[in-house]
Design a protein around this ligand. Structure first.
Ligand code: FEO
Length: 576
């Protein structure tokens, strides 16, 4: 290993940001963006030891850049990169994962390398198209696909969904025995050591990072470990922190052991689909997203290559089953469906969706069979007659939310019962107003009755709203999203409250029969509200089972100047 530039001329500290360029294998460089002082990562992720964003350059007969860096490193990173390669000759840009800490400079790299072919999972390429707003050549890769860069550098891609987003792939280079894993096996730790020489220095950060990012997807971790087990790995080149080489098996064993322990306690939904058929992949991931919102684990299984014993074992473990209709001509999928039917039992929840491939297995006969066995249908069959839109994805997300809520209903009741009487009465004296949040993102609209709302700042004006994690509207309330806070009127709130408290089926129009008009931010204002405020989300804080959504208030209006806000008095504090 040769350290080319610990702190090179072209990577002068900018504040406490520095670059390190290190040769980590034959024709393979690591560009480490060292962020010495970063103390928050995701909003909920406290950091003590900064972080690094690692990017990699393989220069064989063909050249490939694996991931980029965070936007804050724009100048330092691009200076370092263009000092190593003339970007107009770069052949491939491999995207392991599209979160902005790794893909924050993809747009700039594309501008300097318009000829490059972007390589990634199907979902990653879709995300990127929405992020960079410019055309680019792309190559979608699946698990096991290979890309030959010459000189023995044959890259193999490993699908690793949910580590930490659904789009994640690992890349393995057979020549250098380096496995590039992006978030997986990483840690937020910043120092000059490129490798893991001293495990005692980093083990606490390695575990903390696992707990925050990986534990919620323990089953996906186990699937990924199974997939990389056959590879002869010499270095795990992670996207954050030191690269793992000196204690490799120890780190992998830790992931395996922690994930096995975590997976035992999870409530699980087995989601069967055919990755390559119709819109199965897109719809399955939207449903999985909704399920996970409830803290329920999801294991995605491709019906096309599922082994019967694995299917049986998974169905036995699962509290819920979701199945995307495979093609009628897919023999392996048919065999797997028979195995699922044989192992399913009447304590489970079931949800079925069409996948729109043109020759889907008919959904209703299968539904009848599950009903005969006695499974509870958690959402009505999702029928796909045309290419999915944002609205279809929202419907799938809401269907996932429904099955997740059904599976966690006992847990919720137990939590409610857990408070002691005095405490719940005391908490019940916290009163609040009554509000309807209405949000719109693209074509998708949603609404929610809210009572845990408060003004949270004066300058700029800001409000905070607590939104339960299992609410489907949560996905329309990310940083940068906009919504309306409609204030309900003391003597005129019953019908609006009743309407928005109803249980809506997935995809149902929450605003049917309700008078609205459009705000300047595009969200619906309720015509019968006493007042409204247009808000933009600027921060989210994770608080156990709720998100606190802090938003700047941009404009507002009161309809009746003398009317009062509806007040919500509770007797007990163990529910809304
Ligand atoms: Fe390091 Fe999920 O991004």
């Amino acid at each position: 290993m040769v350290v080319l530039t610990a702190r090179s001329e072209n990577t002068k500290p900018q504040g406490r940001l520095t670059m390190q360029t290190v040769e980590i294998g034959s024709e393979t460089l690591c560009l480490r963006s060292l962020d010495w002082d970063r103390d928050r990562f995701d909003i909920e992720f406290g950091l003590q030891n900064g972080t690094t964003y690692n990017s990699f350059l393989v220069q064989a007969e063909k050249t490939a850049l694996i991931d980029t860096s965070h936007r804050k490193f724009q100048e330092l990173y691009l200076d370092a990169l263009t000092g190593l390669i003339d970007l107009s000759t770069l052949d491939y840009l491999i995207i392991s994962h599209t979160e902005p800490d790794h893909s924050g400079l993809v747009k700039e790299v594309l501008q300097l390398a318009p000829q490059v072919t972007v390589v990634g999972a199907k979902v990653a390429i879709q995300f990127l198209q929405n992020m960079v707003h410019q055309p680019f050549q792309s190559l979608i890769v699946k698990n096991g696909d290979r890309l030959n860069l010459g000189n023995g550098h044959e890259l193999e891609f490993v699908s690793a969904p949910n580590l930490h987003w659904p789009d994640t792939i690992f890349t393995y280079d057979a020549k250098t025995r380096i496995l590039f894993t992006c978030d997986a096996f990483g840690m937020h730790y910043c120092n000059d050591y490129t490798f893991d020489e001293d495990p005692e220095l980093i083990e606490a950060d390695f575990k903390y990072y696992y707990d925050c990012l990986m534990a919620p997807n323990a089953r996906s971790v186990l699937s990924a470990i199974k997939r990389i087990d056959k590879l002869d790995v010499g270095i795990i080149a992670t996207g954050h922190g030191p690269l793992l080489q000196h204690h490799l098996s120890n780190w992998v064993n830790c992931y395996q052991q922690w994930s096995q322990e975590q997976a035992k306690t999870d409530t699980l939904v087995a989601l069967f689909y055919s990755e390559d058929y119709g819109y199965s992949d897109q719809l399955a991931r939207a449903i999985a997203h909704g399920i996970q919102r409830n803290g329920v684990a999801v294991e995605l299984v491709d019906l096309s290559d599922a082994e019967p014993h694995e299917v049986r074992e998974l169905v036995n473990q699962a509290a819920g089953l979701v199945i995307g209709m495979p093609s009628q001509s897919n023999q392996n999928a048919h065999a797997a469906l028979s195995t699922i039917l044989a192992a399913a039992h009447n304590k489970q929840a079931i949800g079925l969706f069409e996948t729109g491939g043109g020759e889907d297995e008919p959904i209703y006969p299968l539904r009848n069979k599950f009903q005969e066995i006695g499974l509870t249908e958690a959402f009505p069959p999702i029928l796909i007659k045309e290419p999915p839109t944002q609205i279809t994805e929202q419907m799938c997300d809401e269907a996932g939310t429904d099955i997740g809520q059904w599976l966690t209903r006992d847990r919720t009741i137990k939590q409610i019962k857990a408070l002691d009487n005095d405490l719940e009465r005391a908490l019940g004296r916290l009163s609040s107003g009554l509000y309807i949040m209405t949000a719109r993102k693209g074509d998708v609209k949603s609404a929610m009755l809210a009572s845990w709302v408060m003004q949270a700042s004066m300058n700029p004006l800001g409000v905070a709203v607590a939104v339960a994690k299992d609410r489907a509207i949560e996905s329309l309330l990310h940083v940068g999203d906009r919504f309306i806070l409609n204030v309900l009127e003391e003597d005129n709130y019953q019908s609006l409250m009743k309407h928005f408290l109803k249980r809506f089926s997935p995809g149902a129009d929450r605003f049917a029969g309700i008078k609205t008009y459009s705000a300047s931010n595009g969200c619906p204002i309720l015509a019968d509200a006493l007042a409204y405020m247009e808000c933009e989300v600027t921060m989210r804080m994770e608080c156990s089972d709720h998100w606190i959504i802090y938003s700047n208030v941009q404009t507002g209006r009161v309809a009746k100047i003398d009317a009062l806000t509806a007040v919500h008095h509770r007797k007990v504090g163990n529910h809304y």
